[in-house]
Every structure is written in structure tokens, then in C-alpha cells.
Design a protein around this ligand. Structure first.
Ligand code: F6P
Length: 341
């Protein structure tokens, strides 16, 4: 058996831990061979691959990023893309694929399975917004990094009596903002799921100053002011139709300065949240996902994604996995509101 492995979409701490677990179990338990396709779906489209043996996965457990590189290539946007993939898999004698990715990569995996190509999916996203799994690896790392940033911002904000706005990732889901904001004791948390009133934010900020504390406002990049529009860095769309968000943090800091007369600055955390070594939790989750993905391939159970339900790793249909995004429920957001202001 020869199995192809690829990583697609935005990178995420823990990708290498999945690759390592897949190769270790596949080779040592089943005697399989592996092919690493480079740059997401571009690899199987163009035949760009590398051997992936035991020696290649030594020392990668703790490494951030992905040794296979990544891209946001969509083979369904390429003329004859699926036939090209079929040909590459046949030429390289690959019997099955393990695709590690988020909603876009897994959406392609689902369509390829419908088109007769055997794919098992592994969920990844720092945003934790995939519906069919309780958690994705990478999220815990991103939250830890954002929390550390908030901890550091508290002391400098207090020294200067400033409001500091920290913009974190989260296009459609505010999980990183919610968890890091709660863990870091933020004065306000703003998420894409709930439009916010600037007047209300200003009120919370002023309350915080009155208590002799400097306010820290955590805002997800996709959060929207009431009646406002998403702040875009560029209107250009990627192959899956996503624009690049960014700018809400600076916009909000300016609004706060203007309305309160207090100095307010923004920090955009950006890709720092995605880089570097995964936390222990993410290494374990990524490893368990990799081991179970190998079991699914061994069972010939294609068109599934491995998922965390409680403490168990289960298999769910890729159609279910990509059906809807897991956004922050209103009641979870309301829990955090107790700490605002
Ligand atoms: O999907 C994960 C994510 O980190 C989003 O939160 C963010 O909007 C996006 O990736 C950024 O992607 P890129 O690195 O391609 O700019």
C-alpha cells in the first residue's frame, strides 16, 4: 500500500505531529510506503512529491509549520484538475490520500471521494471552527500565544493609562478571541458572531479606566460594528473565495481615542498565532488524529474525517465535517460578558 499525505490551507501548529504519527504507524504497524505531496492540493495536481519515510519524520514532533508546505490551491478551479490528480496518483502508484486541512481542504477531499478517489481527512485549524469535531489541534497553541500577549499588554497598558486593542485571528468564529480574552482577563471581547455597539464598547472602556485599570479589548479580525462592514486588508480573493481580513483593531482603537479622549493603540497579533512549536495538548491531539487516520485507511473507510468527541477520536463523514462552521454560541459569549467593563 502506498499512501499520499498532504497539508492544505493556512498552516497550524501540530501538522508535523500528525505527519509523524501517520508515517510511524503506517510503516511500523502496516509496512506501508508514504509519499508526501507538497503545497496542499498543488502536489497531487502537479505531481510535486517527496518520499516520506521514518527518517523524514524524525525530530518533527515539536516543529511548527509543515514539512510538506501548504497552499490554498483548489483543484476544482483548475480545468481538468480531478483527472490530473487521478493521473498523478496512478503514475506514483498511490492508493489512498490522507488530507490534513480545514474546511476548504476537507471540502475538496469530500468532492474527490465523491469522484472516486480514496481520501481520509484530518481536521486542522487554529480557529477551531470545524463543526464535526470538539477541538482542532493548533487552537490551544494559538490561544496560549494570544493569552501570553494579553498578559504582557496588561502591564504596559497600565503603566501608560492606555486602552490597548488586540486583534486576533478568527474570520467567522471568535473562539480564539473568546478563550484568550477569558484566560487573559480582557475588559471587552468582540467576536464575529455578534455585532457590537461602539457606544457600548466605549462605556466598558470608561468603566475600566474609572476602576484605575487600563482596558484591554480583544477583537477577532472578523468582528463587525453594528451596521458596519468587515474590514478588509485587500478585496482580492483566494481560490476558495476568501478575502483577507484585517484592520478592525486599528479602526476600533481610533474610535476609542476619539470618543474617550484617552490614548488607545492597537496590536495585530497576526501570524505569530500560527507559528512555532505546538503545546503539549496540541501535540497529543494531532498525534491521536494521525494514528486514527491510518486506521481509517487500513479499514478502507474513505470519505471520513477523524474527529474529537469528548475524549474519544471518532470518524465522521466528510460531508458532515464540512456542512457547517462551529461558531461561538450566544450563551458562551454571554458567560464572558460578566467580566466586561
Ligand atoms: O483559517 C485560519 C486563519 O488563520 C484565519 O483565522 C485567518 O483569517 C486566515 O487563516 C489567514 O490566512 P493567511 O495566512 O492565508 O493570510
Amino acid at each position: 500500500m502506498r499512501v499520499g499525505v498532504l497539508t492544505g490551507g493556512g498552516d497550524c501548529p501540530g501538522l508535523n505531529a500528525v505527519i509523524r504519527a501517520v508515517v510511524r504507524k503506517g510503516v511500523e504497524v502496516h509496512g506501508w510506503e508514504f509519499v508526501g505531496f507538497r503545497n496542499g492540493w498543488q502536489g497531487p495536481l502537479t505531481g510535486d512529491s517527496r518520499p516520506l519515510g521514518l527518517a523524514d519524520v524524525e525530530d518533527i514532533l515539536t516543529r511548527g509549520g509543515t514539512i510538506l508546505r501548504s497552499s490554498r490551491t483548489n483543484p476544482y478551479k483548475v480545468d481538468g484538475g480531478v483527472d490530473q490528480i487521478r493521473k498523478v496518483l496512478a503514475d506514483q502508484e498511490v492508493d489512498a490520500l490522507i488530507a490534513i486541512g480545514g474546511e476548504d481542504t476537507l471540502g475538496v477531499a469530500k468532492r474527490l471521494t465523491d469522484d472516486g478517489i480514496g481520501v481520509v481527512g484530518v481536521p486542522k485549524t487554529i480557529d477551531n471552527d470545524l463543526g464535526a469535531t470538539d477541538y482542532t489541534f493548533g487552537f490551544d497553541t494559538a490561544v496560549s500565544i494570544a493569552t501570553e500577549a494579553i498578559d504582557r499588554l496588561h502591564t504596559t497598558a497600565e503603566s501608560h493609562h492606555r486602552a490597548l486593542v488586540i486583534e486576533v485571528m478568527g474570520r467567522h468564529a471568535g473562539w480564539i478571541a473568546l478563550h484568550s480574552g477569558l484566560a487573559g482577563g480582557a475588559s471587552v471581547i468582540l467576536v464575529p458572531e455578534r455585532q457590537f455597539s461602539v457606544d457600548q464598547v466605549v462605556q466598558w472602556v470608561e468603566q475600566r479606566f474609572e476602576k484605575e485599570y487600563a482596558p484591554i479589548i480583544v477583537v477577532a479580525e472578523g468582528a463587525l460594528p453594528e451596521g458596519g462592514e468587515e474590514k478588509l486588508l485587500t478585496g482580492e480573493k483566494d481560490a476558495f473565495g476568501h478575502v483577507r481580513l484585517g484592520g478592525i483593531g486599528n479602526w476600533l482603537a481610533d474610535e476609542i481615542s476619539e470618543r474617550t479622549g484617552k490614548e488607545s493603540r492597537a496590536v495585530v497579533l497576526g501570524h505569530v498565532q500560527r507559528g512555532g512549536t505546538p503545546t503539549a495538548y496540541d501535540r497529543v491531539l494531532a498525534t491521536r488524529f494521525g494514528l486514527q487516520a491510518v486506521d481509517a485507511v487500513a479499514d478502507g473507510d474513505f470519505g471520513v474525517m477523524v474527529a474529537l468527541k469528548g475524549t474519544d477520536i471518532v470518524r465522521v463523514k466528510l460531508s458532515e465535517a464540512t456542512a457547517e462552521l462551529k461558531t461561538v454560541p450566544l450563551e458562551r459569549y454571554q458567560e464572558a460578558e460578566v467580566f466586561f467593563g
